[in-house]
Design a protein around this ligand. Structure first.
Ligand SMILES: Cc1ncc(COP(=O)(O)O)c(C=O)c1O
Length: 443
């Protein structure tokens, strides 16, 4: 096996082979959302570098990053402008406390994020670390707002079946994937879980009066196998939440920053929420930094007595490197016409997905919004494969032999590449999925 390309500066890694590194992983590491026994039976790919839409492993093999490194990367890996933004910031400082101090980049980033929305709407920005904490912040703000506005009875949330909002205790309480949270359900927050708008309208008056906020992934649910919501539903939800005095929390952790063809998914239906949760693409897939935007009405309820303040924060809140990248990423949206590019690529992807579905009898359905897509595999008679056969997982495993890295959600193959991908690379990726499906299902 090849020696790792890492340099002498890299902590004694120079003379380690891929095998050595894998064994260290098996001996000392514990991976997220991963049954570890299974993990330790297969050689993992050790990713070492990236350029544009491609990632390269320690053996020198290259792959298209078909899920944008868990939905985070937007402009591509090692983008010169983003690299330069980090390098320049490192000449100044990497991190300073945001507790008790301010810094220029955070001030400017907060302003730029708020400027995406009309004045007097989302005008306050609270920084945190990742998608889960962006949601956690919105939840806690909404709950504390009720305590400070004489509405203590509003202490529960409405959320949707099969949703995913992160995995800290609060955010996970709102998630609808039973595998992830059922075992902790007794410890979670009170929730009313609904499947659809129709279901929502059936909730009792008592349920509505006890609700502080409704949370939804707008336009398309990610972890729910990339399932778009019916057109117009978001606007209806906004109207409904306003009517019932319920906050609307939009979780744009996956959909934000151009992924659906608009800067934010809520713009497809001209909806402005009470809380907007942003992470992943905020820092273009470089660093963990998140933001929760909210209104002046919410902010004002935290003024006055000292005990009314929002006592929440993390050591790395508003990390300077994260803010520098986020600002550089927003600049790229302008200088590279990123949204136009996403929309052109998304039209091309649509054609490729349609053609794939025609060619491949195991493709039951393809679902797509912008550069988010899911390819659902089923048996030729339209029935799902038995869950124990784990077809989606096998297909993604084999797709690696055809230069594509991605992950399935059940038997839906996710394809959501960085926006710098070319049409040729999209075709290569779809071809890799098709070849993998054929190979897996032939055997
Ligand atoms: C819609 C949504 N919300 C929240 C999260 C949690 O984000 P993080 O993993 O950064 O905590 C995710 C992660 O996939 C997500 O897709």
């Amino acid at each position: 096996m090849a020696l790792s390309l890492l340099s002498v500066h890299n902590c004694g890694l120079l003379f380690m082979t891929t095998r050595d590194l894998i064994e260290l992983d098996w001996k000392h590491c514990w991976h997220p959302f991963t049954p570890q026994e299974e993990w330790c039976q297969n050689n993992p790919i050790m990713l070492e570098s990236g350029l544009g839409a491609w990632l390269t492993d320690t053996e020198g093999n290259s792959y298209i990053d078909g899920n944008s490194s868990i939905w985070t990367n937007i402009h591509g890996h090692s983008h010169p402008m983003l690299n330069q933004a980090v390098a320049q910031q490192l000449q100044k400082v990497a991190h300073t406390s945001y507790l008790g101090f301010a810094h220029p980049l955070a001030s400017r980033l907060a302003q730029r994020l708020c400027q995406f929305f009309p004045e007097d709407t989302l005008s306050r920005c609270f920084f945190s670390d990742d998608g889960s904490t962006a949601v956690e912040v919105a939840m806690k703000m909404s709950l504390q707002y009720r305590l400070q506005t004489d509405a203590e009875e509003r202490n529960s949330f409405i959320c949707f079946q099969n949703s995913y909002h992160g995995d800290t205790m609060g955010a996970a309480s709102l998630g609808g994937v039973s595998l992830f949270f059922d075992r902790f359900a007794k410890l979670g927050l009170p929730v009313h879980r609904v499947a659809s708008l129709e279901d929502l309208l059936q909730l009792s008056t008592e349920a509505l009066k006890s609700t502080t906020a409704l949370i939804i992934e707008p336009i398309i649910q990610g972890v729910n196998q990339m399932t778009p919501w019916p057109t117009g539903m978001l606007a209806q939800l906004r109207e409904w939440t306003e009517k019932h005095g319920i906050h609307l929390i939009l979780d744009e952790v996956m959909t934000g920053f151009g992924r659906t063809g608009k800067m934010f998914a809520c713009q497809h239906e001209d909806v402005i929420p009470d809380f907007l949760c942003l992470a992943k693409g905020l820092t273009a897939g470089y660093l963990p930094t998140a933001a929760t935007l909210t209104t002046e009405t919410v902010y004002n309820a935290f003024l006055g007595p000292r005990e009314h303040a929002f006592y929440y924060g993390h050591s790395y809140t508003a990390n300077q490197l994260g803010c520098a990248i986020a600002l550089a990423s927003l600049d790229l949206f302008e200088s590279e016409n990123t949204l136009e590019r996403v929309n052109n690529l998304s039209a091309f992807l649509r054609q490729e997905l349609t053609a794939l579905q025609k060619r491949c009898p195991y493709v039951f359905e393809t679902r797509q919004v912008g550069l988010v897509s899911g390819i659902e595999l089923r048996q030729q008679n339209g029935e799902s494969f038995p869950t124990t056969s784990r077809i989606g997982s096998h297909v993604c495993q084999v797709a690696m032999n055809h230069q594509l890295l991605t992950r399935p959600i059940l038997d839906t193959i996710v394809f959501m590449p960085p926006y710098c991908i070319s049409e040729e690379e999209i075709s290569l990726a779809i071809e890799a999925i098709e070849k993998a499906v054929c190979e897996v299902l032939r055997s």
